[in-house]
Design a binder for this molecule. Structure first.
Ligand code: PRF
Ligand code: ZN
Length: 343
């Protein structure tokens, strides 16, 4: 899922995102609640009308962002009290408010309100946040059920449990005991190493229902997508492709390259010879390099287009490989060739 935190996939129009192959976009209830406000979005046709994205929209509940972006936050069993990163105003998110915010925004896939604990927290702290997340999940489920949801709107539960294997098992059991429409693995990609990220992803995914979507939150890079699917994940969201694009980092089958480097100054061919995106079909790497050097807006638009196409096409190729029962060889070939950075 391309990330549209502020109701926009940064620098791209909805038509461009759809043209790249985007199907579901992810937006954020924390940001939109603070600005422009749920009521404003709702009165402008909900998120679909407001941002002109006709396809499905998933919203994150805001707990994770209140925690990572808000200040002076205080978590109790009732919810999270925090100060806005925009104007310092004080707010209180509860499972009920977080759910109703997403309903008000008109999201198609709503995420439970959870507490994602920092990497390195003690087992006691992780357990407390996890048990709170389980109680909140039950509340979100009840609120969503009673909110008059239109048929087809989904609510996903989120597994927590930090980097404690037994807590991950416990959380998976508690969350899957509630009949959500899909299940997410939360609390990863927060500072643990790759071995832990992949290990806990595999452990949790193996215990999630096979017939419902399994979503790894906030992941990932091209190699993480392949590793995640290998462990049973169906859905991902990550700001990385568009965020690094704005700094000139572009994905290629051989790995991530920095197009601002001298070696691209005279490259006549596209950044990625094998890519079918608008940028690679029409522009030389030398031109994209020039745009970044000259700090021209088109540079980051072309790089964003390319990186999003790269990860969306990677997922298309993964789906094809799975259907043709050759995912194992596909993933081996991809990972053997792909270098995460060119430094
Ligand atoms: N919870 C929620 N959103 C998230 C996360 C989480 O744990 C993560 C963790 N990587 C990203 N986004 N609600
Ligand atoms: Zn491209």
């Amino acid at each position: 899922m391309p990330v549209a935190t502020q109701a926009t996939v940064k620098s791209l129009t909805p038509e461009e995102v759809a043209g790249i192959g985007g199907r579901v976009v992810l937006s954020n209830a924390y940001h939109l609640y603070l600005r422009p406000g749920v009521q404003t979005v709702s009165s402008l046709g909900g998120l679909h009308g407001f941002m002109r994205w006709p396809g499905p929209i998933l919203t994150d509940s805001g707990g994770f962002q209140a925690f990572s972006m808000g200040s002076l936050r205080k978590v109790t069993d009732a919810g999270i009290r925090f100060r806005s990163h925009l104007d310092g105003s004080e707010h209180h998110f509860t499972p009920e408010l977080a759910t109703m915010n997403q309903v008000g925004l008109g999201a198609d896939i709503i995420m439970c309100f959870d507490q994602c604990i920092a990497y390195g927290a003690s087992e006691r702290q992780v357990r407390q946040a996890m048990e709170r997340t389980h109680r909140w999940a039950a509340q979100c489920h009840r609120v969503h059920r009673d909110s008059g949801a239109w048929p087809g709107r989904a609510l996903f539960g989120i597994v927590q449990g930090g980097t404690f294997s037994h807590l991950r098992d416990e959380s998976t059991q508690a969350i899957t005991a509630i009949p959500f429409d899909g299940y997410a693995v939360g609390g990863l990609a927060v500072g643990e190493d790759k071995e832990q990220l992949y290990g806990f992803t595999g452990q949790v995914a193996a215990q999630l229902p096979q017939d419902k979507p399994r979503y790894l939150m906030g992941v990932g890079s091209p190699e993480d997508l392949v590793e995640g699917v290998a462990r049973g994940i169906d859905m991902f969201d990550c700001a990385l492709p568009t965020r690094v694009a704005r700094n000139g980092a572009m994905f290629t089958p051989d790995g991530r390259v920095d197009v601002t480097k001298r070696r691209f100054a005279e490259q006549h061919g596209p950044v990625d010879e094998e890519c079918d995106c608008y940028a690679c079909a029409n522009y030389s790497a030398a031109y994209v390099h020039h745009l970044f050097r000259a700090k021209e807006i088109l540079g980051l638009r072309l790089a964003s287009t390319h990186n999003l196409r790269f990860v969306l096409r990677l997922m298309e190729r993964i789906r094809e490989a799975i259907l043709e029962e050759r995912f194992t060889s596909f993933s081996r070939e991809f990972l053997d060739r792909y270098r995460p950075t060119d430094e």
